[in-house]
Design a protein around this ligand. Structure first.
Ligand code: PLP
Length: 368
């Protein structure tokens, strides 16, 4: 038992150079180590290990390359003013990973063990967490199907991997509203599809809309796949509208990805006694609200940007300016509160943050 649950450590002797604070890009540089674990039908999930970051050797017939059976997660480690590393609601990411696993016929992982693994990896790579304002260490856990087989069936072999990437501040000159195009042709996914799973195929399906969107458009607003009427998400974020004092976000319907940030926004609004509704919201309703002056704010919510105010919506040549193209008060308050909690600068009344013990105290077992 003990053997199975200890993570084999195989640290490298010398590390790579860390990027300068002003050269941090999203997802281009990776740390010195990664976590890996294998799955086979006979052994289940086994052989957890932390090893030097390096390319994988995977058979060209591995199922992931052909039929896309894979899932991923995205979260961050933050450095507090006291120099502690901490995570934001990480248990929800591993819960969601198992939810995605279930949809993609991938065997579930032990969520508690995955959390232990990510903490152990970050403790080892703590020096890679950048220190400058707004920067963080992006965490990418993912699972790929590795069985060498071209038949269409769930793979019998998998790898669960965690890699880490130091990332810069999303907003370099303060939180900034973006311009969004309403997407009337392409859809991300449909109810009954894989929209509520974090799987690469949804992203592959989303690329075309972004490619054809006009200059200056940051992201597209996704509508439902059946009627092209109801709003679902914005880019790869959940979306919120404030109309006449009430914040509205599309209800989870099977094609919307349930964001950790979305859930946190809802909880904060409830605590602040700001009316919040999870329900269907049509583009027509937003149009009308804009016309009669009751559309007060719109913003996206996700781990990367935290809160992304929408300054303008473009649909079929119409330009809907929101809040004079400026960041709204609720968006700003949510951004300041969420980042304040994440970076340990303000008190966390929800028990959302989880500290990572320093590497000396972590149980580093060298198993044989
Ligand atoms: C990951 C993701 C989100 C945001 O989720 P967070 O947990 O808040 O980062 C929203 N929509 C899609 C499609 C996503 O993949």
């Amino acid at each position: 038992m003990e053997e199975e649950h200890s993570i084999r450590m195989d640290p490298c002797s010398s590390g790579k150079d860390k990027p300068q604070a002003d050269q941090l890009e999203f997802g281009r540089k990776f740390t010195d180590h990664m976590f890996l674990m294998d799955y086979t039908g006979e052994k289940g999930w086994h052989a957890p290990r932390i090893v030097p970051y390096e390319p994988l050797t995977v058979d060209p017939s591995a199922m992931v390359f052909h039929y896309g059976q894979s899932v991923f997660e995205g979260m961050k480690a933050y450095l507090t003013p006291d120099g502690d590393a901490q995570l934001f609601r990480p248990e929800r990411n591993f819960q969601r990973m198992n939810h995605s696993n279930n949809r993609l016929c991938i065997p579930s992982i032990d969520e508690t063990f995955a959390l232990k693994a990510v903490k152990q990896l970050i403790a080892l790579e703590k020096d890679w967490i950048p220190k400058a304002e707004g920067t963080s260490l992006y965490i990418r856990p993912f699972i790929i199907s590795t069985e060498p087989y071209l038949g269409v069936a769930p793979s019998r072999h998998y790898k669960f991997i965690i890699i880490l990437s130091p990332v810069g501040a999303y907003y370099k000159e303060g939180i900034n509203p973006i311009k969004i195009a309403v997407e009337n042709e392409y859809v991300r996914t449909v109810t009954g599809g894989t929209g509520e799973a974090k799987t690469g195929g949804n992203y592959a399906a989303s690329l075309k809309a972004q490619e054809v969107a006009e200059e200056g458009i940051a992201q597209v607003l996704w509508l439902d796949g059946v009627e092209r009427k109801y709003i679902e998400e914005v880019g790869s974020m959940n979306v919120f509208f404030k109309i006449n004092g009430t914040v509205i976000t599309p209800a989870l319907n099977g094609s919307i990805l349930e964001g950790v940030t979305r859930n946190s926004v809802i909880q904060l609004l409830k605590q602040w006694h700001v009316p919040i509704e999870e329900r269907k919201i049509s583009m027509e309703e937003v149009y009308q609200a804009h016309k009669n002056g009751s559309l007060e704010e719109a913003f996206g919510a996700g781990t990367a940007a935290v809160i992304s105010p929408i300054g303008e919506l473009v649909q079929a040549g119409d330009h809907l300016e929101i809040n004079d193209g400026k960041t709204g008060a609720i968006a700003k308050r949510l951004y300041d509160t969420l980042t304040g909690i994440q970076y340990g600068k303000i008190q966390d009344p929800f028990g959302w943050v989880e500290k990572i013990e320093d590497v000396k105290q972590t149980n580093l077992k060298a198993s044989g």
